[in-house]
Write a protein that binds this ligand. Structure first.
Ligand code: NAP
Length: 306
């Protein structure tokens, strides 16, 4: 069986930073990624809070992380992880390209957008229901669209969508956004952004293509139809951990992995970094910080135990 020193699962900011720190510490590092490198930021329109860079696209920032890790001769492999088995201090990671034994493993698989689960959502994904404004926004030139949610992602991406759409409704279940104050102020100043407060989506309507949504006012119970050509879902995230099954790694509510401050999970030698962790802040900068901590903790673990 293939045997490696440090195996990193996930090629977003956390995983790529772990690779940079792992290589700089002199470790043999293999990074597994099943899709494109960069993680969630590649579907983010603008990044304005990565220190030292006032403004960047998610794709450009992701590429700079990848190029940095590659310049240190990180080994990358396209593979999907299916399972992690830990026995007597050995970690066997089953992947779509074979089993790998690793002295230490860093799980940096990030999070995905949560689905709302309302009527019509599943049927109309790709036919007007989207989870990515950067990918699909340009299809809605001079059309009206709806964004669902009230967090930073919903409010920021709603502003981004006004570059194309003539009107962007933000359907939020409360009467104030969860998003940061500055982000909200920018949205309130934008005449194309129309908040729809205290409202939840009952159904997304359309025959083969989105034609509108039905929303319910949670205070009055009143139902109303809003004609829109596109619906963008930004109602939070869920950890990408289907491969863990009922593995013994301790997890918090929502399935997020619990770690200590050095990113050590409940299984010695398995670390977690970035959005997949049970953490109060999920940002590129915190993911990168986690990635650095995890790599150094893995280095000390290997030095002491292997
Ligand atoms: P989030 O902060 O968890 O917000 C999710 C939003 O969806 C909330 O407004 C929530 O409403 C709403 N929601 C959840 N379930 C719902 C349901 N079943 N029906 C209707 N509405 C529902 O998620 P996020 O915006 O994706 O952000 C994730 C993390 O990334 C956060 O920590 C965020 O700050 C961070 N982020 C930061 C930036 C930035 O700093 N530039 C940009 C993007 C994301 P309630 O408010 O009522 O709970």
């Amino acid at each position: 069986m293939e045997s490696r020193e440090l195996l990193i699962i996930g090629g977003g900011p956390a995983g790529l930073t772990s690779a940079i720190y792992g290589k700089r510490a002199g470790m043999d590092v293999l990074l597994l990624e099943k899709g494109s490198h960069g993680g969630q930021i590649i579907s983010t329109s603008e990044i304005e809070n990565w220190p030292g860079t006032k403004e960047s696209t998610g794709t450009a920032l992701a590429k700079s992380f990848y190029d940095h890790a590659e310049s240190l001769e990180t080994e990358f492999r396209k593979a999907a992880v299916r399972e992690i088995r830990s026995e007597n201090g050995r970690h066997i990671v089953s992947t779509s390209t074979g089993d790998i034994e690793a002295k230490a493993v860093i799980i940096a698989t990030g999070a995905s957008f949560r689905r709302l689960g309302c009527k019509g959502e599943a049927d109309l994904i790709g036919a007007g229901v989207s989870f990515c404004a950067v990918c699909d926004g340009a299809f809605y030139q001079d059309e009206e669209v709806a964004v669902i949610g009230g967090g930073n992602t919903a409010v920021e991406e709603a502003c981004y969508l006004t570059r194309f759409a003539s009107k962007v409704y933000i359907i939020h279940r409360r009467d104030e956004f969860r998003a940061d104050r500055l982000v909200c102020e920018r949205a309130f100043k934008n005449e194309k952004v129309v908040p729809v407060w205290d409202s939840v989506v009952e159904s997304i309507n359309g025959d083969g293509l989105v034609e509108g949504i039905t929303v319910k006012n949670v205070k009055t119970g009143a139902l109303s139809d809003i004609p829109v050509a596109g619906v963008f879902m930004f109602v939070g995230t869920v950890p990408n951990l289907a491969f863990l099954g009922d593995n013994q790694i301790d997890r918090a509510d929502g399935g997020w992995i619990r770690t200590d401050s050095r990113m050590q999970t409940s299984v010695p030698g398995i670390f977690a970094a970035g959005d997949v962790r049970d953490t109060p802040l999920r940002q590129v900068v915190t993911a990168a910080g986690d990635g650095a901590q995890a790599a150094m903790a893995a280095y000390h673990y290997i030095t002491a135990h292997c």
